[in-house]
Design a protein around this ligand. Structure first.
Ligand code: ARG
Length: 463
């Protein structure tokens, strides 16, 4: 059987049968890792430039290879490149094409490197770019949250614990809580960049190489701080992937929390939030419905992220050093988590631009559930030098009385109150005012209007 040599797998001389079609199908990762083509080409160009500087390859060969690589990059970006499953992955698809373009001298490209260090290099560069992308989407979400918060400093609503009315808050304070979370997410992603700044290239298969390569040069060229320290660790390490997947999981968990809350608040039981028609969907049978499907989409997606994090942890568990095919599975996981998060951040930004609080209902709900009880207890402490525990007990009795009379706290008369604490005067009635209640929480980080305004200003300036 005659065979076009160029059509053979790279190991055709050693393994002279074609890989079984089934294995070709499952073993090939090209459908997934072709996404790394730009990074792969950039790393190859840096590599051959270094090989030339170190006098390992000639000027002419270096230029030929770079010419070929640039041509391949154009072909791929113009979708004129034919990917072949037989060549397994992006690295070998590019190498094979390089042979077609420049001939046998293409063979110099793989001097002093292996796909094992190549793939980690590509992946680190790719994640680095995406981390920056994610951060820019987080910035958008933070900006939209701040905008909504700014409009709602005076919007009073119940703050909940156990989903029961707890104490009055400003809706803006609630939104600012999410701003804190997204800022922490940003920091986490920025820290992720730290774990991405060591250059794997030059670790080769696992031992390093006998060629006199300059790893500092390729580090600089590819935007890394320094080369990695141990060649075995370099090709085995996917900690930076775990960091990335963990950061994505935490961020998507935050998104699912806000989504869930908005779903509850939009429900007919609560009616605290209105969703514009842009972000609801109808029902195929119930004509009246406006469903918060998008929010449900956001809530669900944390499941995918956690699953992916656990897949990766499990792939790595007990995996001996150094490279194994098992590691090939990382890319599908990374791409999926990344795309899902970016999508979710885009959607969340859209949601934040399309929700409005139902202020009347928020206030009404805040006026139920004896929400100012803590304010009354605090008042007793401040004005009658009562220990807090005693004030707490007295207030509990006042709440019981209101409950018995089927009244809310602000509907009780002074004489009602005096039955429990005779020393009280008219002055006490101010504590039942929700505005006073919110305004009084001036401790640093508390919900007072003044605090919130300051925080919004602070974060707006940081942008
Ligand atoms: N496609 C491979 C991966 O993603 C590249 C490394 C292959 N190395 C090997 N020794 N088979 O992991």
């Amino acid at each position: 059987m005659t065979k076009n040599k160029n059509n053979q797998a790279i190991w055709g001389n050693r393994i002279n049968n074609d890989t079984s079609t089934l294995f070709q199908k499952v073993g090939s990762s090209i459908a997934i890792d072709k996404r790394l083509y730009k990074e792969d080409i950039a790393a190859s160009i840096a590599h051959v430039e270094m090989l030339f500087r170190q006098r390992i390859i000639s000027f002419k060969i270096k230029n030929k290879i770079i010419y070929g690589l640039n041509k391949i990059e154009k072909e791929i970006s113009k979708k004129k490149f034919e990917f072949n499953k037989k060549y397994e992955d992006i690295h070998m698809n590019i190498e094979k094409r390089l042979f077609q373009i420049i001939g046998d001298e293409a063979g110099f490209i793989h001097t002093a490197r292996s796909r094992n260090d190549q793939v980690v290099t590509d992946l680190k560069i790719w994640i680095r770019t995406e981390v920056k992308e994610i951060i820019s989407y987080l910035d958008k979400v933070i900006k939209s949250s701040l905008k909504l918060a700014e409009k709602n400093v005076d919007t009073i609503m119940p703050g909940f614990t156990h989903l029961k009315n707890a104490q009055a808050i400003s809706f803006a304070h609630y939104l600012m809580a999410y701003v804190e979370m997204f800022i922490r997410d940003k920091k986490r992603f920025i820290n992720n960049l730290e774990s991405l700044n060591e250059n794997p290239l030059g670790a080769a298969a696992l031992t390093g190489t006998s060629f006199d390569i300059d790893r500092n040069y390729t580090s600089k060229k590819l935007g890394f701080k320094k080369p990695t320290n141990n060649s075995i660790d370099t090709v085995s390490d996917r900690d930076f992937v775990l960091d990335f997947l963990y950061n994505i999981s935490v961020c998507s968990m935050h998104i699912s929390r806000i989504a869930e809350e908005l779903i509850i608040w939009n429900s007919d039981g609560f009616k605290l939030i209105n969703l514009s028609n842009k972000i609801v969907t109808g029902s195929s049978i119930m004509p009246q419905k406006k469903n918060p499907d998008l929010l449900e989409f956001l809530r669900a997606k944390s499941g995918t992220s956690y699953g992916n994090l656990f897949s990766m942890l499990t792939i790595l568990k007990g995996l001996p050093l150094s490279y194994f095919k098992d590691l090939q599975d990382d890319k599908e996981i990374i791409f999926k988590s990344n795309d899902t998060l970016i999508n979710s951040l885009k959607i969340l930004d859209e949601v934040l631009k399309n929700i409005s609080p139902n202020k009347k209902q928020m206030l009404e709900l805040a006026n139920s559930g004896y929400i100012t009880a803590t304010d009354l207890a605090d008042y007793l402490v401040k004005n009658y030098s009562m220990p807090f525990r005693k004030a707490y007990q007295k207030t509990a009795l006042i709440v019981n009385l209101a409950e018995k009379k089927r009244k809310s706290l602000h509907e009780l008369t002074l004489s009602d109150l005096k039955k429990i604490e005779p020393k009280l005067t008219n002055d006490v009635l101010k504590v039942f005012d929700l505005k006073n209640s919110v305004a009084s929480k001036k401790s640093y980080g508390g919900t007072s209007f003044a605090n919130i305004k300051k925080m919004i200003m602070k974060y707006k300036k940081q942008k």
